[in-house]
Design a protein. Sequence first.
Lengths: 518, 250
Amino acid sequence: MSQLFVDASKAALARELAGRIADDVQATIDRHTTVAIERTVLRLFGIEGAGSGGAPLVNLIVDRLQAAGVLKRGAAWWLGRALRAGEGDLLSVLDRLLHPGNAAALSPSEDAELRDEMRREARAAVDELRAQVRRRNRLKSSLKAGAFEGSPLRYVIVATGNIHDDIDQARAAAEQGADIIAVIRSTAQSLLDYVPLGLTTEGFGGTFATQENFRAMREALDETSVRLGRYVHLTNYSSGLCMPEIAYMAAAERLDMLLNDAMYGILFRDINMRRTFCDQHFSRRICALADIVINTGEDNYITTADADEAAHTVIASQLVNEAFALRAGMKVERIGFGHSFEIDPAREDTLLRELAMAMMVRELHPRSPIKYMPPTKHKDGDIFFAHVYDAMSHLVAVTTGQHIQLLGMMTEALHTPFLQDRHAAIKAAGYVHKAARHLGSEISFRPDGIVAGRQREVFDKALALLEETARDGMVAAIGRARFGDVARTETGGKGLSGVVERAPDYFNPFLELLEAEG
Amino acid sequence: MQIIRPYGDRRDDGLVQLAFTLPVSAGPRAKEAAVQIVKSMGFRSVHVASMEAAGRGFSTFVAYGRGDFALDFDKVDAPVVQAPKHGFDELNAIVKRDLGRRIVVVGACIGSDAHTTGIDAIFNMKGYAGDYGLERYPSFRAVNLGAQVEPPALVAKAAELEADAVLVSQIVTQRDIHKENARALVQAVEAAGLRGRLLLVFGGPRIDHRLALELGFDAGFGAGTKPSEVANYLYYRVMEKAGKTPQQAD
């Protein structure tokens, strides 16, 4: 069985500290909005498509509101105001309203009427999203999931740059046994402050995340799932400067999971802290609404820092990520905590150390779908060694009951996966998962052994880090490079100009609705 | 003269192992197609060891073939980066003594590439595989601009810091985007009038010295390069440019 050798009282204290850390940041989140959140509000109201220059309409609207200094009241209010101003092209009506001297103000009763009207619209939009969620869940519950009860879900990536090729490769992977398809995004999309439009065929190292691409891939996987009698999940990236917009698109197009981390963008994409904290909150509100499983990104910490030395940062960050997610109304059953099999293979007893870590993550979050990542950092092009190395991670995954397992590719560090690389990975994982199916329930580790000692050592360090962070605040901790060996400042990074302090009369009917649900 | 052929199980048997995918469903015709493809590469005694269905409309193969090719190893020339190998403390001491100033290097992932693993391995204090990064060398001023830096911005920074060298890393190589980015950097250097003054160093898992030279760089470093190799190379070339004789390692 998966075993935890950490004192329950220490685990409880760590959770309490993580809660205090998140509360401190939450106060800032609750006072601000961002251009991405307001664009998401407009998308939720059904605003889509592009303006005459090709830019997304939601960007054109929000940029106008921000330039006029009125975004602080919320895009929902301005959309309602424009709709009341009468017929015509939305942008022209807004331009008229925002023109100096053209008073957009309303009497208190008109203002209240506007808000009630937009609240009704918001409820209708949320109901529509819920219908999509039900549609997805119906299909899912009518099919089996995974190779067998208790088998890790086999997660593979496609990354051709062309959505049509992606679909071919995703179908082929599903037919070979993949349970989850992740479409890797084109490099640099995380730094775009807009979401591209349409079906796309020109990405680098991945394919642009667009609503149309989401739809096309999900439709292809629906068809494949029904044919195979096994549900094939779809995931993408709710990260970068458009976190909440991607979350909305994923909800609307029935995606099952999203990479979504409260701190990843800050650390690894140098996106501003305030921006990321605000955006992750609203994006997770949408994930909670849409029953989307989020995958957190702690595995990244141990690709930049040393996996053995930095193991405690993974544990601490998972608890902080959990605290943020709970504050966005997410259930623990939808939080896929990320970690990985990444200790330098040149060392001794890495299998025991990886088992210790995998069991600890599993048992600290017993109701959550843990996401296990493969080794990447120490792969160097020796594909034959890499294949064996990956097999060790399959063994740990099935033995410790990891829920989602991203299958390593033997050609990691060489190129985006070939179809045959994925085939080899799925076949090997199938073999190891089946061969070791009940291994975990047959073995137990000595309470005075290497595994138990390693868990206690890592957890004590995690607790110390959480104590320091709770005392000095998250901003200071990130400033000291406590997570992922990367230091960031509160006013540094990209996207700070898109953060706006809410006015007292800020209006966001979706946030009202979703917050009311808990 | 030293004639060599691929070595499978016996000298000069010429055996080669291949793995590939064909976009057709597995079956007798697919297997025959695989044989013909390997033959068309110039192999004989072709043996398709395995054919596996990889989803509808795809099959993957492992095949063996015997090749008649042979070459004279004495005539094989591979450009390599020439540099002495001084240890960390020694290099710091000789830079100070021989050059009398710090070597200034600016690095970045250029273009759309967001993968900083490579440039970080060379720059970060901690370094890579137990080998300290350039930031740790007191004899170097190493500035890592990180991911997604446009070539003109990198060159402007190099000019501002009066850098000796620019180091760029490219991980994403889909449809040769890395070459496009590399050429853009060379153009930016030329536009700034720094061609010849600034050492251009290219790195990444799919990069080698020959490719770097072809693209107009001074040196290229591939997978597994340690920061000390780059540091020593820079010392050697900066000394040359200063008209001084670099100290050879023991």
